[in-house]
Structure formats: structure tokens, C-alpha cells
Design a protein around this ligand. Structure first.
Ligand code: QUE
Length: 374
């Protein structure tokens, strides 16, 4: 049971509005200033993680803004986080049942439709990713035209750790990164910080966090093309090195191997500290997630964003359906609910997972279940 402060309980009772409370009235804020739409993700206690209530409000606003304002700016409330992910606990709380499948499929369809809208947006879409930007937070920013990072930006696609796979259109983005860096980020959940987020191509511009408010005001007040304003008011990073530079050739060599077992064997033969650290991470995440994610990123290279999202929705459906693996439920339990950080993966090893089973995840769903964009 959720314990609510007495005042809120009373308020809920008085207004007979349990629904209003539980769906969060102000979980996302919308403002218009000088013909700019400003979206603020406003669920600080959950690190602004996206839930269905937020996505359902954002979709119609994005549609409205596209023909009404000059550009859209997206930000996270508070100091710590832009957006830490999606509300996956809500999906799994009933276990692998029809309820979870129905809830999850509805949520993912909405979220992926939003990701598609952002990727195909007609006006500039600018995300101020000044803090934690993971999972769903990547999906609501990375497909837009401009992403502004700061020293507080912490990027990751950590889904293999919860028995899921890199969704929200990540197969489009990760598959297009240089030197198979995206494969490394997707399989390991490796975190990129600050200037590295720009150096990798995930962000387009960089400022110190103390300047983010004044940059936002300039974007709103100055009527010139936002690209000019961004270029004038962000840092030149040409003299800054990418922290992964010394490893890029190795990353390219290892993560170009599409067979996950062969990739493990190659890492095992490499005695460098870096390779052993990566191997350790890969041994802890879900083996099923690794195989799905690797294939997903290979496929994504030849797909447009919408095709990637349709594929990802099929994968999400199969993870929730739990016919071949219950890892999604176990991962959420171990990392987000019980927090024992000791998931028991099933199948427990890569060799138990045949290619035919991996292929099943990618098969089209019955027509009425496949993703249709809202
Ligand atoms: C791996 C993940 C996620 C994660 C942690 C991981 C993920 C996700 C969240 C998350 C964070 C804050 C919240 C929330 C969920 O954490 O996908 O509801 O408030 O959404 O190690 O994949």
C-alpha cells in the first residue's frame, strides 16, 4: 500500500479524485513563451521517469506545437535528472500475466509513437539533457534535432541489466554510431558523462550547467535560427578528447562480432583491464537480452526510425509475454523493486539460447497487435 500524507488523502477524498492523484496532474508542464513550446518533465522523485500519464499528455501537445510554435524545448525539473527512464515497474507489478502484457503494450505503443513524432518533427526540437538521461529519457531527446549536454549529463541505455533490450528507437541511433560504439553502449549499459556525450554523437552541443538557463532564455528571446544561437553560446570541444578514444579500435574489433558467444570468446582472450571490465559487465546482464539487443542493432542499421520502432515493439511484446524468458520481470524485481541486484536469469547462459528462439522475438505480431503510430 502507498502511504500518503494525511493532507493529500483528505484532498483525494474531498475531491473524490483518486484517479487525478494517481495519474499525477502536474507530472509534465507545458508553457508557451515568444512562440516557443516548453515541456518540463516534472516527476522529480522518480528522476522524471516517463509514465503513461506523461506520454499521453505530451503526444497531443507535440502535435499542437508542430503547427503553432517556432520550436520546442524539453527539460527535466530539478537539479539531478533530465529523465531516468520509463515506468517499467508499473508494467511488471502483476508478473507475467495478460494484465502486464496489455498495460505494457499500451504504454510502449504510446511511448514509441512519441519517439517517432520527435524523429519526424517539422520544427526544431531541443532537449536540455542537463542530468541523468537514460532509457526513455534518451528516447525523448536523441531523435530531436538538437541535444544540449552539460557536465551533469549522464547517458546510458541500461536495459540489458533488467532483462529488456534497448528500445525507444535506440536500434536506429546505436546502429549508426562510429566504430560499433553503439553496440558496446547497448550491450553493456556503459555510462557516458559530460563532454563524452557530445564526442560520441549522442548530444550536439555542450555548455556548463550554470549557463543552461541563460541559453534557454536566448533561444526563447532571440528570433534567429536556433542553430546560430546554439553555435554562438555553447563550448567548442575540438581540443577536448573523447575518453574512449584509446579503446575505439578495440571496441570496433570486438563489437563488430555479431555472434555474441564469439564476441565473449574474443574478450576472454584479451587480457587488458578494459576488456576484462567489459566482460565482467556482460557476464552479469541477461543473456537473452544480449542476444536480442545484438540482433536488434544489426537489423536497425538498415531500417528507418519507424521500422526500428515497429521491430522494438515486437521485442517488447515478447519480453512481456515471457514465453521464452521471464528475464524482464526478474530484472525489474532484482534491480528496481527488491534491489538485491542478484537477478536469476533464465536461460542462464548464452549457449542455452538457440538462434531460432532469438528469431521468434522478431517475428511480426498478429495484425491487430503490431505497432501502429498514433
Ligand atoms: C536498468 C534500466 C532501467 C533502470 C535501471 C536499470 C530503466 C528504468 C529505470 C527507472 C529509473 C527511475 C524510475 C523508474 C525507472 O531504471 O529502464 O521508474 O523512477 O526505466 O539498471 O533499464
Amino acid at each position: 500500500m502507498i502511504l500518503l500524507p494525511t493532507r493529500i488523502k483528505l484532498w483525494s477524498k474531498l475531491t473524490n479524485c483518486k484517479r487525478c492523484f494517481s495519474t499525477g496532474m502536474d507530472d509534465v508542464l507545458f508553457e508557451e513563451k515568444n512562440n516557443v513550446g516548453i515541456i518540463t518533465l516534472n516527476r522529480q522523485k522518480a528522476l522524471n521517469a516517463l509514465n503513461e500519464s506523461m506520454v499521453k499528455k505530451i503526444i497531443p501537445k507535440l502535435k499542437e506545437y508542430e503547427s503553432k510554435v517556432r520550436m520546442v524545448i524539453v527539460q527535466g525539473a530539478g537539479e539531478k535528472s533530465f529523465c531516468a527512464g520509463g515506468d517499467v515497474k508499473f508494467i511488471t507489478e502483476n508478473g507475467p500475466t495478460a494484465v502486464s502484457l496489455d498495460r505494457g503494450s499500451k504504454f510502449f505503443k504510446q511511448e514509441y509513437s512519441m519517439n517517432s513524432m520527435i524523429g519526424n518533427y517539422k520544427i526544431p526540437y531541443i532537449s536540455l539533457i542537463d542530468g541523468i538521461t537514460m532509457g526513455g529519457g534518451v528516447g525523448i531527446s536523441v531523435h530531436g534535432k538538437y541535444r544540449i549536454a552539460t557536465e551533469k549529463t549522464l547517458f546510458a541505455m541500461p536495459e540489458t541489466a533488467i532483462g529488456l533490450f534497448c528500445d525507444v528507437g535506440a536500434s536506429h541511433v546505436l546502429s549508426r554510431m562510429e566504430k560499433h560504439l553503439g553496440v558496446m553502449l547497448g550491450l553493456t549499459g556503459y555510462r557516458l558523462k559530460g563532454t563524452d556525450v557530445v564526442k560520441s554523437g549522442i548530444a550536439t552541443h555542450y555548455v556548463n550547467s550554470s549557463k543552461i538557463e541563460s541559453l534557454k532564455m536566448k533561444l526563447i528571446e532571440d528570433m534567429r535560427n536556433p542553430e546560430i544561437i546554439l553555435n554562438e553560446n555553447t563550448e567548442d570541444l575540438s581540443d577536448i578528447k573523447f575518453s574512449l578514444d584509446p579503446y575505439l579500435e578495440k571496441i570496433d574489433f570486438i563489437f563488430s562480432i555479431e555472434n555474441v558467444e564469439k564476441m565473449f570468446e574474443t574478450l576472454e582472450k584479451d587480457n587488458s583491464d578494459w576488456a576484462q571490465k567489459i566482460l565482467q559487465i556482460l557476464k552479469e546482464v541477461s543473456p537473452m537480452s544480449l542476444k536480442i539487443t545484438r540482433k536488434e542493432i544489426s537489423n536497425g542499421k538498415n531500417f528507418n526510425l519507424n521500422e526500428c520502432l515497429i521491430m522494438e515493439h515486437r521485442l517488447a511484446y515478447r519480453c512481456m509475454e515471457a514465453k521464452y524468458s521471464t528475464d524482464f520481470y526478474e530484472g525489474v524485481r532484482a534491480l528496481l523493486i527488491d534491489k538485491d541486484k542478484s537477478p536469476k536469469w533464465s536461460p542462464a547462459s548464452l549457449k542455452e539460447i538457440k538462434d531460432e528462439i532469438v528469431s521468434k522475438y522478431f517475428e511480426p505480431l498478429p495484425k491487430d497487435l503490431d505497432l501502429k503510430f498514433v
